[in-house]
Design a protein around this ligand. Structure first.
Ligand code: NOJ
Length: 511
């Protein structure tokens, strides 16, 4: 790596789902002051940056991804002064701060939408006449029709919940508003943006009826990934580049091809886009190798991600859905070592360093994800990966909130042994393992080569090297022999130097 490598290119970024990280105010919902108190934990964990999910004014119909005011903090999370203090403290700890920006849709409580409902400025959104039936057959990503009707008979488009009307990006006012929002937060010192639904924004002219298979997230569809969106990111890039200190943007781009993903990270567009291919891959050496090869062939600034606030936690994905599955946990730890050995930047999701599983048995009355309600309970939704973090103690609220407060989602009784405090004192814990792996990555950073070299490996396993580091992962069901090496630097489970057990990865030093 060269001296001039920008910070984001190989950063380890920690996603903070703000409602569920730490609650200082005692209302059962995480907040900015709570994050501030936990910054020393994040610095000790060894990440380079934090990404905050939306904390803007919002009626919380979709956990804050329904923004009513893009330039203010919701009282649930604190104040602008709390935000400024958080950024200052994070920077003091050497942590960069990335914030979410939600340009595809606003909240139905946004001033513009309220004005539109009164009949003015409807062109900022996608209102259409339709009669008794919606104007087209598009379905909401959260299930049900993507259209809702206003009392005067017009319909408006919402690709997510009805409380999230889609903007009309062909209206120049929308474009200039978001440039201004970017500047507002850049002036407050943020280091970057995570762009929500970055492949959305523009819809095909005429909003044509579309076969169901083309309504899914994919490279070419009338709904997603329209070519016009790239012009927006070129404009955004110019704004980012006009600020000092390498401000960046990462797009949330769900697509079915690495080539399409690459379009978003052309040199004059976004710096990074999430690469969800691994998160969608099964536990398989062949599948992992394909994801890695396709990604490295298509993009020069890759990212890797195994979990986030929208998907089933990977401990559970890899363990066949069992709560606290030991197989799932072993595989999750192994996957981390593979991810951290790859070129590019890694995005971790809060709680994965504690080995948290998905909570699959939340009572229906506690579920808050609009997906659950819109699908009439047929889809569980995403609350199971959003359960508040267990920090300390042996019972709810596990230090997430001050004692006596009830977290916004119930926490499992089994989580006492998974608390950060419990794991901090155990060198064999997942938390200690994450700290150790992140430390090792920092130490090796200077000696990594830009690319990877695949080494011959037995079936079910993958071996690759990056300079003096050889990473080995065994996704098969039998132990495999390790390649020649000088010593084992770190293992996701004990590794004796000769054999790599199933569901295990290790870093080997090979001078
Ligand atoms: C992606 C976000 O990650 C998700 O949580 C949200 O529901 C949708 N975009 C809609 O904003």
């Amino acid at each position: 790596m060269h001296m001039e490598t920008p910070w984001w290119r190989d950063a380890v970024v920690y996603e903070i789902y703000v409602r569920s990280f730490a609650d200082a105010s005692g209302d059962g919902v995480g907040d900015l002051a709570g994050i501030r108190q936990r910054l020393p934990y994040l610095a000790e964990l060894g990440v380079d940056a934090i990404w905050l999910t939306p904390f803007y004014r919002s009626p919380m119909a979709d956990g804050g991804y329904d923004v009513a005011d893009y330039r203010d903090v919701d009282p649930l999370f604190g104040t602008l002064a709390d935000f400024d203090a958080l950024v200052a403290d994070a920077h003091g700890h050497g942590l960069r701060v990335i914030v979410d920006i939600v340009p595809n849709h606003s909240s139905s409580e946004h001033e513009w939408f309220k004005t539109a409902l009164r009949g003015e400025g409807r062109d900022r959104y996608l209102f259409r006449d339709g009669g008794e039936l919606p104007p087209n057959n598009w379905q909401s990503t959260f299930s049900g029709p993507a259209w809702s009707r206003t009392p005067d008979g017009q319909w408006y488009l919402h690709l997510f919940a009805a409380e999230q009307p889609d903007f009309n990006w062909r209206n120049p006012e929308v474009r200039s508003e978001f440039l201004d929002v970017l500047r507002f937060w850049l002036d407050r010192g943020v280091d970057g943006f995570r762009i929500d639904v970055a492949m959305g924004l523009y819809k095909a002219e005429g909003l044509p009826d579309t076969p169901p298979e083309d309504q899914a997230f994919k490279a070419e569809s009338p709904i997603w990934g329209r070519p016009e969106v790239h012009e927006v990111y070129r404009e955004w890039r110019k704004v980012l580049d006009s600020y000092p200190d390498e401000r960046m943007a990462i797009g949330e781009v769900w697509t079915d091809s690495a080539e399409d993903l690459a379009l978003y990270v052309r040199p004059d567009e976004l710096h990074q886009s999430f690469n969800f291919a691994w998160l969608e891959a099964p536990w398989s050496a062949t599948a992992f190798q394909k994801v890695i090869d396709d990604t490295l062939a298509a993009v020069t600034a890759p990212t890797w991600v195994l979990s986030n606030h929208d998907v089933v936690r990977h401990v559970t994905r890899y363990g066949g859905g069992l709560i606290n599955s030991t197989t799932g946990l072993a595989r999750a730890r192994a996957a981390l070592l593979a991810m951290l050995a790859l070129p590019g930047s890694a995005y971790l999701y809060q709680g994965e360093e504690l080995g948290l599983p998905e909570v699959t048995d939340l009572p229906p009355e506690s579920r808050q994800d609009p997906i659950f309600a819109r699908s009439r309970g047929t889809l569980p939704g995403r609350d199971g990966c959003r359960v508040p973090i267990p920090w300390s103690g042996v019972a709810e609220p596990y230090g997430f909130s001050p004692d006596g407060a009830r977290p916004w989602l119930p926490q499992p009784v089994e989580w006492a042994v998974l608390s950060a405090e419990h794991q901090a004192s155990d060198p064999g814990s997942t938390l200690s393992f994450y700290q150790e792996a992140l430390r090792a990555r920092r130490e090796l950073r200077g000696s990594f080569t830009d690319g990877i070299t695949w080494l011959d490996s037995p079936e079910g396993a993958l071996f690759f090297s990056r300079g003096p580091l050889t990473c080995v992962i065994n996704c098969g069901s039998d132990s495999v022999q390790l390649p020649p090496h000088e010593r084992v630097l770190i293992g996701s489970a004990p590794v004796d130097g000769y054999l790599l057990p199933p569901d295990t990865a290790a870093w080997l030093h090979t001078p």
